[in-house]
Design a protein around this ligand. Structure first.
Ligand code: NAD
Length: 338
């Protein structure tokens, strides 16, 4: 048994450490610990904060999203905040999530329709189209203020610069993930190896490569590293009718030319989520990109308003992370930042 003083001391230490790791990860694209270690410390901090709710520190990472961003990239203020997702790490926590959703909607668990999607391991990007033309691309940053990376995003080949079709909205904001395919990650590191030989600073993993590439100050540098985008939220739409479920919304933006992940499915109840998770878990190694879990979203967007949000995440969605031992990637001794 630890004393209150010891626990509060541990809380303070965890906040300092996690804030340092978050800065390395979000702002410098150069993490010094694996995600699984960050997640473990974060969960410990949440446990302590639950036990001592009056002593939660104002700079605790449990109340914030992401990082402040690169000082030299222009800032962009999001009209609607870009939030994070709450996580579950096992079947029991998943079943608690489904139960909470069912209670919040006064429905039986089997009646709720969910969308299940791969949790793409990259970084979030918001795209704004006016009258079908891409006008802004911005990173999440701290959720409220992101980085304006329009010029950099325009170099990503599968992001359409203009939308197609006869149902083009006057205003559209979609959010999605920018990531690097395995082959493009290998190619990027091969390029640095050839160019810089033994002194080459290589990317640690595709996630850091994607973040590092998108947040280059010079868009010509972004263009040298091949990135991919997949849309996963339609945030705002004016001048065209949006369907009232998430899956159909994604199909609508796909019809406009925006890339949407092919593995997204919908179905009802916990049984569907379990089947999807185990199928994707088995197949994850055969995908040509990294995923670090599955995201489940209540499919009816009308129900999103009923369920609402907690401080840094929606209540209608959750990320189910893959087991920790599989997430430990090779962060070796070399400084990988490019
Ligand atoms: P998160 O990565 O756990 O989940 C939210 C993010 O998931 C969204 O912002 C979005 O970018 C992404 N996402 C991918 N596919 C999605 C989909 N289909 N639908 C919706 N969103 C999707 O949350 P976070 O706040 O970005 O980061 C926290 C995580 O980052 C931690 O759990 C940890 O693993 C990692 N991290 C690591 C370090 C480190 O030092 N290694 C430091 C900070 C954070």
């Amino acid at each position: 048994m630890t004393t209150r003083t010891e626990d509060l001391h541990e809380m303070k230490e965890l906040v300092t450490l996690l804030n340092r790791y978050a800065d390395e990860y979000y702002n410098q694209d150069n993490p010094s610990v694996p995600d699984a270690e960050y997640d473990r410390l974060y969960r410990r901090l949440k446990e302590l904060e639950k036990a001592y709710p009056d002593s939660v520190l104002p700079d605790s990472p449990t109340h914030r999203v992401g990082g402040s961003g690169k000082a030299d990239l222009e800032k962009f203020e999001h009209k609607i905040p870009m939030l994070s997702l709450d996580n579950v790490f096992n079947d029991e926590e998943l079943s608690d999530f489904v139960e909470k959703v069912a209670n919040g909607l006064s429905k039986a668990e089997q009646e709720i329709e969910f969308c299940a999607e791969p949790k793409l391991d990259g970084l979030a990007l918001s795209l704004i189209y006016k009258n079908g033309v891409l006008v802004t691309a911005a990173t999440r940053g701290n959720g409220r203020i992101g980085e304006n990376v329009t010029a950099q995003a325009k170099t990503i080949k599968n992001i359409p610069l203009s939308l197609k079709g006869d149902k083009i909205p006057s205003y559209l904001e979609v959010r999605g993930e920018v990531f690097m395919l395995h082959r493009d990650f290998e190619a990027a590191n091969e390029f640095f190896r050839k160019r810089d030989g033994i002194k080459a600073k290589l990317y640690a993993n595709p996630r850091n490569a994607a973040a590092g590439a998108l947040r280059q100050l010079d868009p010509a540098e972004t263009a040298k590293r091949k990135l991919t985008f997949n849309a996963y939220f339609v945030t705002e739409c004016e001048g065209a009718d949006l369907p009232d479920n998430h899956y159909d919304r994604l199909m609508y933006v796909a019809s406009l030319g925006l890339p949407v992940n092919k593995e997204i499915k919908f179905g009802r109840g916990l049984a569907f989520l379990r089947d999807y998770f185990s199928d994707m878990h088995n197949r994850r190694m055969s995908l040509d990109y990294d995923i670090d879990g599955i995201v489940y979203k209540v499919n009816s967007t009308k129900l999103w308003d009923v369920l609402g949000f907690v401080s840094r995440a929606p209540r209608f969605a959750i990320a189910h992370k893959f087991p920790a031992q599989e997430q430990i990637t090779t962060l070796n001794a070399v400084d990988f930042q490019v």
